[in-house]
Design a protein around this ligand. Structure first.
Ligand code: NAD
Length: 435
C-alpha cells in the first residue's frame, strides 16, 4: 500500500513535516486555513524562515510530491494518514487551548468515509486529548467511517528542524490497534530512528514530560548562575563539571536569559495545569517558571547597574528571535527585555538577521528603532545587549564596534564571547553566571 499524507496546519511544524515526508518519497497535501500562507506557498515562497526549508519545499513541489490547499476535505479524501499540526497556544487558565485541534477534528470527521484513515495528533496536547478526539470524531463522522486516532508527538527543534525531523532521536507513536501500528511503522521505516510504540496516554505525556525536563535543566543552570555571580564561581566551568557526569549530560546546561519560544513556556504551563487537574502537585515546575521569568529581569538589572541608569541611554539590542536560525519571536526573552528597558526610559535600537518583521508586529517601530545591521545598532550606544546567539554576532568586527559605541559596554545574555578576549579588546564585558 502506498501511503498518502495530509498535514493540517502548515506552520513551523506542519510545513517542515510535510516537506520532510515528501523528501522521503511520499505524496503530501498540506492544508492551512490561512489563505495568505497557502498563497505564499503556491507562489513559491515560504511564510517562515527555517534553514534549508525553502529548497526542500521547492524541490518537492516541482516533483509534484508536495501540494498545498486550504481545503481540509481534499486532504482527508487524499490521505491515508492525516496529521493535525495546528497550534495549541496557552489558554486563559494556563492550560492548552485546544480549540484549533477540536475544530480540525470536527472538519476531518465530516469528510471521513469507509476508507480506513489514521488521524494523528502531532500538535502538543494534554494527556487524554486523543480519547476526546475519538469521541468527537465518532460523533461528527458518518457511521461507516473507519479510523484510528493516534498520538505522534513532534520533537523537532526550530533552527535545526529538517535535521531533527529526518533524523530524530526517537519517534514516539501512541496507538491502540495493530492496523495503525503496521501503517505507522511502514510510514517511518525510512527515518532510521528508534520507534517507540506506546498507548495513547503515554505518548501524549512523553511530550509534556520531555519539554518540562528540558526547561527544568535550563532553569536549574540559571539558578546556579546567580549563585556563581554572588560567590565568585564561573557557571561555565560548573556546567562543564556537572555535565561530564553521564547521568546529567552536557546538553541544555548553558546559563543565559532563559528559555522562550512557542513550546517550552506554554508546555510547562500546560503540564502544571494538567497535573493540578489530575490532583497532583508539581511545584517543581512552578519554580522552573519563576526562575525563567526572573532571569529576564536579572538581565535588565545587570544592564541598569552597569549603565548607572538606562534613562535616555541608547541600548543596542542584538537578536530578537527566541533562538538563532529562526524568525520565530513567540515568547522570546527579547520582548520582555526590550519592553522593560523602554519602561525605564531607554532608547532601544534593535537588530536581528531574520526576526525584525515578526517583532514589529508586537513591538511596533517607533517604540523600538529597528536597524539594518549590528553596526547601526551599536553606533553611539551606551550598551550592547546580546539576546540571541546568531553566528553573525560571533563574527562581528569588535574593533569597529568598540570604536562606534559611546561606551564600550557589552552585556551578553548568551555568554557568546570569551571574557578575557573582550576585556583585552577594551570592553567592559558582563556575561551570565561569572564575575
Ligand atoms: P504554528 O502557529 O506555526 O502553526 C500552526 C498552523 O495551523 C498555522 O499556520 C495556522 O494557520 C494553522 N491552523 C490553525 N487552525 C487551522 C485550521 N482550522 N485548519 C487548518 N490550519 C489551521 O504552530 P507550530 O509552531 O507549527 O506548532 C504546532 C504544534 O506543534 C503546537 O501544538 C506546538 O506545541 C507543537 N510543536 C511545535 C514545535 C516548534 O518548535 N514550533 C515543536 C514541537 C511541537
Amino acid at each position: 500500500m502506498k501511503i498518502n499524507i495530509g498535514i493540517i496546519g502548515c506552520g513551523y511544524v506542519g510545513l517542515v513535516t510535510a516537506a520532510c515526508f515528501a523528501e522521503r518519497g511520499y505524496k503530501v497535501l498540506g492544508v492551512d486555513s490561512d489563505a495568505g500562507k497557502i498563497k505564499t506557498l503556491l507562489s513559491g515562497h515560504l511564510p517562515i524562515y527555517e534553514p534549508g526549508l525553502a529548497e526542500l519545499v521547492k524541490r518537492n513541489q516541482s516533483r509534484k510530491r508536495l501540494v498545498f490547499s486550504t481545503d481540509i476535505g481534499q486532504a482527508v479524501r487524499f490521505a491515508d494518514v492525516i496529521f493535525i499540526a495546528v497550534g495549541t497556544p496557552l489558554g486563559d487558565n494556563g492550560g492548552a487551548d485546544l480549540s484549533q485541534v477540536k475544530r480540525v477534528a470536527r472538519e476531518v470527521a465530516k469528510n471521513l468515509s469507509s476508507r480506513y484513515k489514521i488521524i494523528a495528533e502531532k500538535s502538543t496536547v494534554p494527556v487524554g486529548t486523543a480519547e476526546q478526539l475519538k469521541t468527537t470524531i465518532r460523533k461528527y463522522a458518518p457511521a461507516r467511517a473507519e479510523f484510528d486516532v493516534i498520538s505522534n508527538p513532534e520533537f523537532l527543534q526550530e533552527g535545526r528542524a529538517i535535521k531533527t525531523t529526518l533524523y530524530p532521536d526517537r519517534i514516539v507513536v501512541g496507538l491502540e490497534t495493530k492496523r495503525a501500528e503496521g501503517v505507522m511503522r511502514k510510514l517511518y521505516a525510512s527515518f532510521k530512528a528508534p520507534i517507540l510504540i506506546t498507548d495513547l496516554e503515554s505518548a501524549e505525556l512523553i511530550k509534556h514530560a520531555a519539554n518540562s525536563f528540558l526547561a527544568m535543566k535550563i532553569s536549574y543552570i540559571n539558578a546556579i548562575a546567580q549563585i556563581c555571580e554572588k560567590s565568585g564561581a564561573d557557571v561555565r566551568k560548573v556546567a562543564y563539571g556537572i555535565g561530564l557526569d553521564k547521568r546529567i549530560g552536557r546538553e541544555f546546561l548553558r546559563a543565559g536569559i532563559g528559555y522562550g519560544g512557542f513550546c517550552l513556556p506554554k508546555d510547562v504551563s500546560a503540564f502544571v495545569h494538567i497535573a493540578e487537574k489530575l490532583g497532583c502537585k508539581f511545584d517543581l515546575l512552578k519554580a522552573v517558571q519563576s526562575i525563567n521569568r526572573d532571569q529576564r529581569q536579572h538581565f535588565i538589572r545587570k544592564i541598569e547597574k552597569a549603565c548607572g541608569s538606562v534613562k535616555h541611554k541608547k541600548i543596542a539590542v542584538l537578536g530578537l528571535s527566541f533562538k538563532p536560525d529562526t524568525d520565530d519571536i513567540r515568547e522570546s526573552p527579547a520582548f520582555d527585555i526590550i519592553r522593560g528597558l523602554i519602561r525605564k526610559g531607554a532608547i532601544v535600537a534593535a537588530y536581528d538577521p531574520k526576526a525584525i518583521n515578526n517583532m514589529k508586529k508586537i513591538l511596533p517601530a517607533g517604540k523600538v528603532h529597528y536597524v539594518g545591521n549590528s553596526y547601526q545598532a551599536a553606533s553611539g550606544a551606551d550598551c550592547l545587549a546580546i539576546i540571541t546567539e546568531w553566528d553573525e554576532f560571533k563574527n562581528l568586527d569588535l574593533k569597529r564596534i568598540k570604536r562606534i559605541m559611546k561606551t564600550p559596554l557589552v552585556v551578553d545574555g548568551r555568554n557568546m564571547f570569551d571574557p578575557q578576549m573582550m576585556e583585552k579588546q577594551g570592553f567592559n564585558y558582563l556575561g551570565i553566571g561569572f564575575k
